[in-house]
Structure formats: structure tokens, C-alpha cells
Design a protein around this ligand. Structure first.
Ligand SMILES: Cc1cc2nc3c(=O)[nH]c(=O)nc-3n(C[C@H](O)[C@H](O)[C@H](O)COP(=O)(O)OP(=O)(O)OC[C@H]3O[C@@H](n4cnc5c(N)ncnc54)[C@H](O)[C@@H]3O)c2cc1C
Length: 459
């Protein structure tokens, strides 16, 4: 009899695991069924802001593989609109609610992949069901927002609450649709994923776009008229809103895992080993936004919910389930985004992370340009490096600048991954031609300045 594999969650991590397992084992050996509570499989949440803005014109462009493709090409059965409500580890079965047809389904498993992802943080003041308030995570969320924006009366004033990368990307998307946009952030700067000095550069760029920025301002509630949101209420008064988008971060979807007794780590996400097995629970695997990862610089477990990790982790789980051998070696926290033309990249530890992890360090903020100074289109670029003292090992890096800025973080991520010192980095053989970089690339200039800063510490 074929082994039965069940996947909970039909997006990046879950379907990567299913596809990889199928590549190695055919249906006679392994039956694969995925349960997905939404309407779609293998979709790109990362593309939602660009779909809302109109740069991506069709929703279906964001779908890599639909259930028919999984069935016909991969022999993987997908049960859409089925929400798994319980995992019974003793009976080795899951219980699912059929959200479309009604009723309950029970399915037995030998192998289970827990890939439920994460959900937007919804504060108590937003939980009352006022129409016009949206968290962004799934294509269903994107559909609901676009329907609201196209509906009558047509929203003209948007408030985005939370200035993380999703909030900032959504603010830009709403602005480009012609809405007025106010971004409200409790902290002193938007983009808490970078240090405040770099976050201030992002805030300046946001202001130049015409987005109203309100920092250091917690939201206290919502006002409504006829059941529709009409304002976001703050200590400084109401900010009128016809639509509110929440960008307050996400929490891993662990409720099912917790109820079943799967181990939850200190970051609040499901614990896994490096092969993506759930420790102590034979036959159960987990991957994606619902799990925690090892941070290779701090050595601490972290919850960094990104598509890049979800795809890799799902692949690792699937290879192992398929009988191969693969490991997920951890993360260094690399991420890129943009605010209109301004690009932002980060990797490794921020100053506050480095302090919390007990490192001694120096920081440098190197100002340079994206191209040779004389070349048309040369624009400023700021590179921040955090280097351990006295060893000089790179601990973290952040970049803010215009074209060619964000993806420069990849060179720094590779240096970080390999434990390079800033001294070693000064000799890196990076590409140079006037349209792409000054003769000393901004990354090399920053490394040289970090070497000088270390020398001045006298240790
Ligand atoms: C607006 C936005 C922009 C983003 N941009 C980027 C980016 O630029 N770069 C990047 O790396 N990452 C980005 N991300 C993050 C990225 O989309 C996620 O990290 C990735 O989707 C995680 O994949 P996952 O499969 O782990 O979880 P998810 O994509 O959340 O999928 C989990 C699935 O499980 C389903 N599910 C949950 N519980 C159940 C249940 N009980 N029963 C059945 N189904 C269930 C959900 O419906 C969902 O479809 C972005 C996210 C958003 C929202």
C-alpha cells in the first residue's frame, strides 16, 4: 500500500515539499494530498503590492501552479477551501472543514507536512469587523482589498498602519492608484528592519513621494460610519480613512500545531531540525512562515517569515520525504525592498541585535554613489556596516540608495554567510564599470572605513 502524505497549507512551503517529494517517489509509492483553506495554490504574496498598484495586471500572473496542474502534472491532489481544524497524532489523521460544501473530512497520514504560514497581526482595535480594514497575506486578502478599492463609494483616502516593508510597499501601491496615503507608525521611524539612522533615510524618501508619515504615534481605534471605516483614531486626533491596510507584521500560524502538541520554540514558531523534521514527532515535518530558523550570525532561533526561506525549507522537507538528503543551514536575515525609486537592503544583525547577542562592534556609515561620479544618473548610496571588535568579522549590513543599491546587499550576505572580516572584504573582486559603480564600489568603501574604525578603537 502507498504511503500517505498530507500537506497542510497550499502555498510556497507546502507545495514545494509536495512537488519535491513527488519528483522522487511516484504515486504507487506515495499518495500526496494538500489541504488549502483559501482559493489558490502556489501563489506569490510578494507580488500583491504590485497587483494592487496595477503594475501586475492580472491576479493569475501571481499563481505559479494551480490545482489542475498539480493533479495532471504531479499527481498531487489539492483540496481547496478545506481548512484543517485538528491534527490527531495518535490516530495519524487530520480533520478538515469543507468551507465550500460544508461538512467534515477525515484523512489518515503516514507523513505530515505542516506549512500553515503566518497571518497578519490584527490588534484588538481592528478586530471588530469594521468593513474596509485589511491585513495582507494571501491572494484572497489582495482580492478583497482590490474589490473594496473598485467598489462604491470609491475610497479616496487610505491609512496604512505599520511601517514595515509590507506597510511601505502597500502605501506606495495605494499612492500609485491615486489615493491620498497616510502611514502611521508607532516607532520613531518606519522600516524597523534597519537601524534608525537608515530608517530615517527611508522616512525622508517616503515624505518626498507625498505619503504622509506619522511616527511615534500609536493607533487607538477606528471610527466608522454606516459600518464602513471612516477614520483611524490616534492620540493626536482622527486621521480620515476610507480604507485601512494593516502592516503590523505577521505571527506564525501555530494554533493547530500547539493543540496537537508539536514543539514551539522561543521565537513563537514551530521548532524543526535542520532537515525540517519536527523533533520528537516521527513522520511530521514543518516548513515556511510557521517555523523558526537558526540565525547563522547570532546563533539564536529566529522567526523571519520570507518567501525565500519558505521555498528552500519546503524543498528540503520534500527531498528528505522523497528519500534524499538535504538540510536547511539557517538564515542571515537578508531582505530587500523599495519605496518608489529608493531601494533598501539589509542582512545580518542590526545594532540592537548585535548588542542583544552580546557582541562588541563598530559601525560605519559610508556615503558613496551607485555609479562613477561623472556618469549620468549617479546618485547617492549609503552603506552601513557592523563589524565585530576586535576580530573585524562582519555582523550586519544595510544599504539605502537608488538604482543598483538593494541587490548589492547580496555580496554582503555572501561575505556574512562565510564569516569574512571587513579587512578581507576590502580585496573582494567586485565588478566595476562607470555605469555600474565607482572604481571603489560602495561595498568596498564601507569595508575600508570599517577597517579604519576598528584601527581607531586601539584593540
Ligand atoms: C504583501 C506581501 C509581500 C511580501 N513580499 C515578500 C518579498 O518581497 N520577499 C520575500 O522573501 N517574502 C515576501 N513576503 C513573504 C512571503 O510571501 C511568505 O514568506 C511566503 O508566502 C511564506 O510561504 P508559506 O508557504 O510558508 O506560507 P503562506 O504563503 O502563508 O501559505 C500558507 C498557506 O496555508 C494555508 N493555511 C493556513 N492554515 C491552514 C489550515 N488550517 N488549513 C488549510 N490551509 C491552511 C493558508 O491559507 C496559506 O495559503 C511577502 C508577504 C506579503 C504578505
Amino acid at each position: 500500500m502507498a504511503e500517505r502524505m498530507i500537506v497542510i497549507g497550499g502555498d510556497a512551503a507546502g507545495m514545494a515539499a509536495a512537488s519535491q517529494a513527488r519528483r522522487r517517489r511516484d504515486r504507487a509509492d506515495l499518495e500526496i494530498t494538500a489541504f488549502e483553506r483559501g482559493h489558490f495554490t502556489s501563489y506569490s504574496s510578494c507580488g500583491i503590492p504590485y497587483w494592487v498598484s496595477g503594475q501586475v495586471t492580472e491576479r493569475d500572473q501571481l499563481i505559479a501552479r494551480d490545482p489542475a496542474t498539480f493533479r495532471d502534472t504531479f499527481d498531487i491532489e489539492v483540496k481547496l477551501r478545506h481548512e484543517v481544524t485538528a491534527i490527531d497524532l495518535d490516530r495519524r489523521e487530520v480533520v478538515a472543514r469543507d468551507l465550500a460544501g460544508g461538512g467534515e473530512v477525515r484523512a489518515g497520514f503516514d507523513t505530515l507536512v505542516y506549512a500553515t504560514g503566518a497571518s497578519p497581526v490584527v490588534p484588538a482595535w481592528a478586530g471588530g469587523g469594521v468593513a474596509g480594514v485589511f491585513g495582507m497575506q494571501t491572494l484572497d486578502d489582495g482580492t478583497a482589498l482590490i474589490d473594496w478599492l473598485n467598489g462604491e463609494p470609491q475610497p479616496r483616502r487610505a491609512v496604512v498602519v505599520g511601517g514595515g516593508y509590507i506597510g511601505v510597499e502597500m502605501a506606495e501601491a495605494l499612492l500609485s492608484r491615486g489615493l491620498t496615503v497616510e502611514l502611521v507608525e508607532q516607532a520613531d521611524q518606519p522600516m524597523a528592519t534597519v537601524d534608525p539612522d537608515m530608517g530615517e533615510l527611508v522616512a525622508e524618501a517616503l515624505r518626498r513621494t507625498g505619503i504622509g508619515i506619522h511616527t511615534g504615534l500609536p493607533v487607538e481605534g477606528l471610527a466608522e460610519r454606516d459600518g464602513r471605516v471612516s477614520a483611524v483614531v490616534t492620540a493626536e486626533g482622527p486621521i480620515p480613512a476610507d480604507v485601512v491596510v494593516l502592516g503590523l507584521g505577521v505571527r506564525p500560524n501555530i494554533a493547530l500545531a500547539e493543540a496537537a502538541g508539536l514543539p514551539i520554540g522561543p521565537s513563537g514558531a514551530v521548532r524543526v531540525d535542520r532537515r525540517m523534521r519536527v523533533p520528537g514527532v516521527p513522520g511530521v515535518w514543518a516548513a515556511g512562515d510557521c517555523v523558526e530558523s537558526l540565525h547563522r550570525v547570532s546563533g539564536l532561533p529566529v522567526h523571519i517569515p520570507l518567501g525565500t526561506h519558505a521555498n528552500k525549507q519546503g524543498r528540503v522537507a520534500g527531498i528528505n520525504i522523497g528519500g534524499g538528503y538535504a538540510t536547511f543551514p539557517g538564515v542571515v536575515g537578508t531582505a530587500v525592498t523599495k519605496v518608489c525609486d529608493l531601494e533598501v537592503g539589509r542582512t545580518g544583525l542590526r545594532e540592537r541585535d548585535a548588542t542583544a547577542a552580546g557582541f562588541e562592534f563598530v559601525t560605519v556609515l559610508a556615503e558613496s554613489t551607485n555609479r562613477a561620479g561623472y556618469f549620468p544618473g549617479a546618485r547617492p548610496m549609503t552603506v552601513k556596516l557592523i563589524a565585530e571588535r576586535p576580530s573585524g568579522r562582519l555582523l550586519g549590513a544595510q544599504i539605502v540608495g537608488w538604482s543598483e543599491a538593494a541587490k548589492r546587499i547580496d555580496a554582503l550576505a555572501v561575505a556574512l554567510w562565510n564569516g569574512m572580516t571587513v579587512d578581507e572584504m576590502t580585496a573582494l573582486d567586485l565588478g566595476y564599470a562607470p555605469p555600474y559603480a565607482p572604481v571603489w564600489d560602495p561595498v568596498l568603501i564601507a569595508a575600508r572605513e570599517a577597517v579604519d574604525a576598528l584601527a581607531h578603537t586601539g584593540r
